[in-house]
Write a new protein. Structure first.
Length: 332
């Protein structure tokens, strides 16, 4: 994790420069900004939009929670299903979740807070339940290693067309995008190879059409074109300022991105994609749900609501600092 001083300074800089985007809260019920109400979910570290249950988002806790995945209804913020995975080992540091084109949920037990102390990590896979109810499911466990050595990671994305799994490593000086084998297999290591460079990343997500991928960090996000398995041109993305920015996913129709955070009663914030819908545009998300999204390298709209009030900025910075202190104490 980035040092407390560095993160706090970045938060203060964002406040002083006014780089706090306004966010959209549109839609009629589903896929709008919501609060996770389940008291068990205190470290939501990944998000995946369901394709068969409109408005439902899959999430999980970071660590020390067990083999659990939760389905949360964005209309109410309530958990509508708790899935217990069996057939896997004791989860160590679950950081990401993604839905593949095969209808399976992929859960990334890929975190390593000691930055490369574990010689392998795991991915768990099970079919997305057709019925929303508490259930125990048998999951397949895949062993994962990196061709250039162990490392920490918090972002795992399954390409929505090819089904190939990608992992983005997390490093203060920039990480790498790692491509998994064409098909994950059991009974041996699945070696992921570095195919691109990425910034500091806490989560990532492909657009529904697979032509774009977004990576978020604590205070910013960048979207990249994605073609033939490689990163292309990148641009800035407007993001909400959250206490501990941990997750991002596209809505199932590609019309918006949903940004999540750790903490009790954490909020998942909708940010519309300009011209979005079915993931076919993939342009920079607009902080106001219409035209005028951020320009490449920009920080959002000029003036207006994107700046935020002084009181709101100060409160946000305080929340971030307190959250990071708590996280640092919790993780030792």
């Amino acid at each position: 994790m980035r040092s407390l001083l560095t993160v706090s300074a970045a938060a203060a800089l964002l406040f002083l420069t006014g780089a706090v985007p306004a966010v959209a809260d549109d839609g009629d019920g589903a896929d709008r900004t919501f609060t996770i109400e389940d008291p068990r979910i205190t470290e939501s570290s990944g998000l995946a939009a369901s394709r068969i249950h409109p408005g439902v988002y899959w999430t999980h806790n970071d660590s020390e929670d067990g083999p659990y995945v939760y389905a949360v209804d964005s209309r109410t913020g309530k958990t509508v299903a708790t899935i217990t995975m069996k057939g896997v080992g004791e989860p160590r540091d679950v950081e990401a979740i993604s839905l593949g084109p095969d209808g399976n949920l992929y859960v990334g037990d890929i975190g390593d807070n000691l930055d490369g102390s574990w010689d392998h990590v795991w991915i768990y896979r099970f079919p997305e339940p057709k019925r929303l109810a508490d259930a125990t499911v048998r999951a397949t466990q895949f062993d994962v290693t990196y061709a250039d050595g162990a490392r920490n990671a918090e972002a795992m994305m399954v390409h929505p067309k090819t089904g190939r799994v990608y992992i983005a490593s997390k490093n203060e000086d920039g990480g790498g995008l790692y491509e998994g084998p064409q098909k994950l297999t059991t009974g041996g290591n699945n070696v992921f190879r570095r195919v691109g460079e990425v910034p500091w990343v806490t989560d990532g997500a492909f657009s529904p059409d697979g032509r774009n991928v977004v990576f978020r960090s604590y205070f910013s996000a960048r979207a990249y074109t994605f073609e033939n398995g490689r990163l292309g041109a990148d641009r800035a993305v407007s993001v909400p300022l959250q206490g501990q920015s941990e997750s991002v996913t596209y809505t199932a129709d590609g019309s918006a991105m949903m940004f999540g955070s750790e903490g009790e009663n954490s909020e998942v914030v909708r940010v519309d994609v300009e011209g979005g819908g079915d993931g076919e545009d993939g342009r920079t998300p607009s902080p106001n749900g219409g035209g005028g999204g951020t320009t490449p390298g920009g920080d959002g709209d000029e003036g207006g609501p994107g700046k935020g009030s002084a009181t709101g900025g100060i409160v946000a910075v305080v929340i971030i600092v307190l959250a990071l202190i708590a996280a640092k104490r919790r993780r030792g």
